[in-house]
Design a protein around this ligand. Sequence first.
Ligand SMILES: [Zn+2]
Length: 412
Amino acid sequence: MTDRAILWDVRVVAGDGSPPAERMAVTVAGGRIESIGPIGAASPPPGSIDAHGRTLLPGLIDAHVHLSSDTSRSPGFGPPEHLHGEEPRRRELGYFVLARTTTALLAAGITSVRDVGSYDDEGIAVRQAVDLGLLDGPRVIPCGRIISATSPGGAIFGTMYREADGPDEMRKAVREQIRAGAGFIKVMATGARSVVREDPEPAQMMPAELAAIVDEAHRMGFRVAAHAEGLEGTRMAIEQDVDTIEHGLSLHRAPELLATMAERGQVLVPTLSTFHDLSERFVTCFAPVLVEQAKVQQQEAYATVAAARAAGVTMAMGHDSGPPGDNLIELVRMADAGLGDAEAVRAATANGAAALGLDDVGVVREGAVADLLVVDGDPLAGIAVLAERERIWLVLIGGRPVAGQALAPARL
Ligand SMILES: [Zn+2]
């Protein structure tokens, strides 16, 4: 494979909301998009990849994944259940499951993910493995450990959390994540809906604590994502100038906060799928009180997507669920919640890039990074085609084909 490739006869959906362009050729070189132009009546140059009119769009971005925990809560994705009496399993097996995760994400057309919390800094380990070329996978932006006030969730999530109290310790916790290799900072502005002994309604840390986190992160050039469920913690996070609101399901109750988010460019990652998980998929393995709470939260989350859209808030796709590779169901849900197909495409492209703080992915534009997806079908006429694995025809990372049906061995 040379450094240069031509994708011939594609229909370009740029990802930024501009209308699609038919019968185009996209040339990639040096990992970036070199040129985009109409093919006219020409025939495909030798060595080009003829896509026969399929749709080319930016590689998709998932702004809310947990690389390790989404496997542990996805039965059937990892190894079979461990039975009593069987050989103990080595801790290191987890890294092979993570490798399977990155393969599954690529096969789904996902070329960038923001890891919003994994055990034992595994998000950072995956990011290194991908960056060093040891592993084919999406670009990973990891948070390291989630910074939380001392909380009941810390007793459950263990090494996924860095508990801290008081502004100085919060500042130190930010510095520790940067030292460990994080690409942004994740905080728990409120408790979590998956923890019986946490009330997701009030703010879980004090404004001065969050202010210290945001100040330290921004001063050093890192963005801040806030887990925010109840209204008071969400209000605090928006007022303290975090960059993204995760979940944010209560926002439909506070139009003034949605207006502030739209004005400041703060991104909402609604994670609808996680509410489906707790209220439908995992009803037998979560405490009943949490299942009941999730049913209400699910309705709130859908109401918030509609209200945020009306307010002009930028929304990005975040699956926050499993199994890895099933991420695009979140886009179908966002479309159903009121975004429609075209805005749903943006949620996983330009808006995803905005959530990650990147400006050269999530768009098909000359000079942008050549993270690209060629799909069989028209996502603008029905976003669900993106969720069908067999329609993912070709996935490129930095101009290099890494997944898709076009690479599958010919069937005999
Ligand atoms: Zn999450």
